[in-house]
Design a protein around this ligand. Structure first.
Ligand SMILES: Cc1cc2nc3c(=O)[nH]c(=O)nc-3n(C[C@H](O)[C@H](O)[C@H](O)COP(=O)(O)OP(=O)(O)OC[C@H]3O[C@@H](n4cnc5c(N)ncnc54)[C@H](O)[C@@H]3O)c2cc1C
Length: 402
């Protein structure tokens, strides 16, 4: 039987992040992914590396501060993967959030970002409004411009895995976790690799299966207490068209939620919705009502789409997030990552629930701290705060498919 210090289940951003951090700390690591890297939520996000301006409304200060720190680090270590983009906040007579409230929010955002240059914002003079990609100006009173990060989430995930592999991590793909028994010194793990049953031992089993995390957790014996979480789906639309001035963060007239309208590979990406999801995350799919909701937001703010046939020409995709169970609207629920271990000291397994694309590196750092006592001392190979991440080449399908 093969032995590893760390075995990771799930090739989304959290799994590859932990594989990179563990390999950087000098550990032997294997990551298993059942379908393909980033095939889950990590290719269906809004593709933003951001502090999350809207999380200020739910007082998630710690999350915003850490996310802005991570944004700073990623802009430094992955300049070809994460770039700073202008964001516009238009304020109309009918907008619920007033200009003074948004300015106050942006001041807090700048403070939590350490008043870094990238946290500067300004009010756009009226004569510049005509350059804003045909933004509706009827009833418009103010446009605020600030900056946040944009990335290609799937490419980022593959690139972090490539970085982990350079540090010695192994990738098993396609490889499906079946079950595991916790032992005195770790976990005995059964999985299938390219259709064949295999067996290995890890000192720590990391469950980074995203929306499937509870399924994995229930297949580990003894089973840890499962957190009270639920799945919420988010849909995005891609419509033909161009935006040249950056991203627009607009308010849905229907319920006041913030919606992003973004340039994306020469088209326009609009998202997202938040709809309770029940069922197998494999089968998540956009609903017609979500598409109507997003198209109505686009038409409200960009008149050129009011009479065009985009309803028939758009593409849509949906992803699932893991959120703590709660009464209010998902929009206001905590986006903090939850780390659940089988025991307080020297855990044999740890599960990652929720979290953000932006925080993947910090989450991996937190995971390594929680499992440090279960792992042997090794010679570190790199510091992930400084290790450069370059874009991974396009995947060679023939090499990863059986
Ligand atoms: C609509 C939406 C928009 C978002 N936008 C943003 C954003 O703009 N910025 C931001 O910071 N965050 C954003 N997020 C959050 C962020 O995308 C997620 O937190 C993150 O992608 C989750 O990554 P993950 O690795 O935990 O899960 P996933 O990416 O889903 O990865 C889990 C992996 O586990 C694999 N797996 C499952 N079962 C098994 C098994 N038995 N064996 C092997 N492998 C298995 C799956 O195939 C999958 O690849 C968004 C989330 C949603 C839903």
């Amino acid at each position: 039987m093969r032995h590893y210090d760390v075995v990771v289940v799930g090739g989304g951003i959290h799994g590859v992040g932990v594989a990179q951090a563990a390999a950087a700390a000098g550990h032997s690591v294997l990551l298993m992914e059942k379908t393909d890297l980033a095939c889950g939520t990590s290719s269906r996000s809004s593709k933003l590396i951001h502090g999350g301006l809207r999380y200020l409304e739910s007082a998630q200060w710690r999350l915003v501060r850490e996310s802005l720190q991570e944004r700073r680090i990623l802009l430094d270590i992955a300049p070809d993967l994460v770039r700073l983009v202008p964001f516009h906040l238009p304020v109309y007579r009918s907008t619920r959030r007033r200009a003074w409230q948004l300015r106050l929010g942006l001041c807090m955002y700048a403070a939590l970002g350490g008043f870094d240059r990238s946290t500067r914002f300004r009010t756009l003079p009226r004569q510049e409004w005509s350059r804003l990609d045909g933004l509706e100006t009827d009833g418009l009173g103010t446009v605020l411009r600030y900056y946040d990060g944009q990335t290609d989430d799937a490419l980022l995930t593959r690139s972090v895995m490539a970085s982990a592999q350079k540090l010695g991590a192994e990738l098993a793909l396609p490889a499906t976790f079946v079950d595991a028994d916790l032992t005195d010194d770790g976990a005995d793990i059964r999985f299938t690799h390219r259709g064949r049953p295999e067996h290995l031992h890890a000192r720590v089993l990391v469950n980074a299966a995203g929306a499937w995390a509870n399924t994995i957790a229930t297949r580990i014996t003894p089973t840890a207490v499962l957190p009270a979480v639920e799945l919420v789906q988010g849909t995005h639309l891609i419509v033909p068209g161009e935006l040249t001035q950056g991203i627009y963060y607009v308010e849905s007239p229907r319920d006041g939620r913030g919606v992003f309208v973004m340039p994306w590979h020469g088209e326009i990406l609009i998202g997202t919705t938040e709809t309770r999801f029940r069922g197998n995350p494999e089968q998540v799919a956009p609903h017609a009502a979500e598409s109507h909701y997003l198209l109505s937001v686009l038409r409200r703010y960009f008149p050129r789409f009011r009479h065009s046939a985009i309803a028939t020409r758009h593409q849509a995709f949906a992803g699932v997030r893991v959120l703590p169970v709660g009464k209010g609207h998902a929009f206001h629920r905590s986006r903090e990552t939850m780390l659940i271990t089988d025991r307080g000291s020297s855990p044999r397994t740890i599960s990652i629930y929720g979290g953000k694309l932006t925080g993947w590196r910090a989450t991996a750092e937190h995971v390594m701290l929680r499992i440090a006592a279960s792992l042997p001392q090794r010679e570190p190979r790199a510091d992930t705060r400084r290790l450069r991440i370059d874009p991974a080449p396009a995947p060679d399908r023939s090499a990863v498919r059986p």
